[in-house]
Design a protein around this ligand. Structure first.
Ligand SMILES: NC(=O)c1ccc[n+]([C@@H]2O[C@H](COP(=O)([O-])OP(=O)(O)OC[C@H]3O[C@@H](n4cnc5c(N)ncnc54)[C@H](OP(=O)(O)O)[C@@H]3O)[C@@H](O)[C@H]2O)c1
Length: 271
């Protein structure tokens, strides 16, 4: 049986649909699952009592970010230790693309990859690029102007659906992908200036100092301002453009165009 974590999350939902369509035997793990649910069970990386994988052959471990590095590392360590204890054969982990090495949240991903490599588990690492949906939402126009300080360098974000499709390919035959690290960025590169043109709105990026000051004054959790600043400054420094991607191989076709996806997300989040 395949267990998919992060069940109420968007990537997990898309992957679950794909695995069901492929006729695979799956169970959904979520912090929100009830004991009476069919095909779902409670999995909370922060609650070791929920981490019993004794009937699980393949664990798709969707990263549980949105926290400080040490918290994410503790969560992922608990899951991998439980997978080893429970006799799980294969762990598929959703990591972060190599283009994201300078992002504030890369440490926990690289730590988790190392923890898997040093274990005796079979594993596959899906190094997911930043979602086109995320870039679109962060670059949403406010009062008709894009002000997010992404600079003008090209980025290679990826459609979340493509990442789910890539995961399904691996879940259909995990052994064929054992020991593989797949770099999954989008196949095309565009800048936030291109996004502005697509949306027919002006792009007048704020400078990084102003943005840092306004994030510091916003009602955010402590990890959020550095996380957001690292996305803007890494993009502006030109590091989010991918030179290669394994996506087309895993999804056996052309990746989805990402500029329209980002534009739709920007329209939905904008004002
Ligand atoms: N590549 C990118 O651009 C990007 C952007 C945002 C996030 N991410 C990372 O990729 C993951 C999947 O993305 P997504 O789009 O599906 O994000 P999402 O829709 O925000 O879902 C995140 C899911 O993480 C799970 N989670 C949070 N804390 C957890 C915990 N303590 N134990 C177990 N699960 C926990 C939750 O699942 P339940 O509530 O069902 O337990 C939640 O639904 C995220 O969790 C994050 O680590 C990547």
């Amino acid at each position: 049986m395949i267990l998919l974590t992060g069940g109420s999350g968007q990537l997990s939902k898309l992957t679950a649909q794909g695995t069901k369509d492929a006729g695979l035997d799956i169970c959904i793990g979520s912090r929100l699952a009830e004991e009476t649910d069919t095909g779902r069970r409670r999995i909370d990386f922060d609650d070791p009592e929920t981490l019993d994988f004794s009937d699980v052959e393949t664990l798709m471990m969707i990263s549980a970010g949105y926290a400080e590095d040490d918290v994410v590392i503790r969560r992922h360590d608990a899951v991998i230790a439980a997978a080893i204890r429970s006799g799980v054969r294969h762990v598929v982990y959703t990591s972060l693309s190599g283009t994201g090495d300078h992002l504030a949240f890369s440490l926990a991903h690289r730590w988790t990859e190392k923890r898997l490599k040093d274990s005796r588990l079979a594993w596959t690492v899906l190094r997911n690029g930043l979602y086109a949906e995320l870039i679109g939402a962060l670059a949403a126009p406010l009062d008709g102007v894009i002000r997010a300080p992404f600079g003008t360098a090209p980025l290679s974000p990826v459609a979340r659906q493509d990442l789910a499709d890539a995961a399904v390919t691996v879940l259909k035959d995990p052994r064929a992908h054992a020991g593989m690290i797949y770099e999954l960025s989008g196949a095309e590169a565009w800048s936030v200036a291109d996004l502005a043109e697509k949306l027919s709105v002006p792009y007048r990026p704020a400078n990084l100092e102003e943005t840092r000051a306004s994030l510091a004054a916003a009602p955010l959790k402590p990890f959020q301002p550095p996380m957001l600043m690292s996305i803007y400054s890494t993009a502006a420094a030109g590091f989010l453009e991918a030179r290669t991607t394994d996506l087309a191989v895993l999804i056996a076709g052309a990746p989805r165009p990402t500029l329209p996806i980002a534009a739709e997300a920007a329209r939905a989040a904008g004002s």
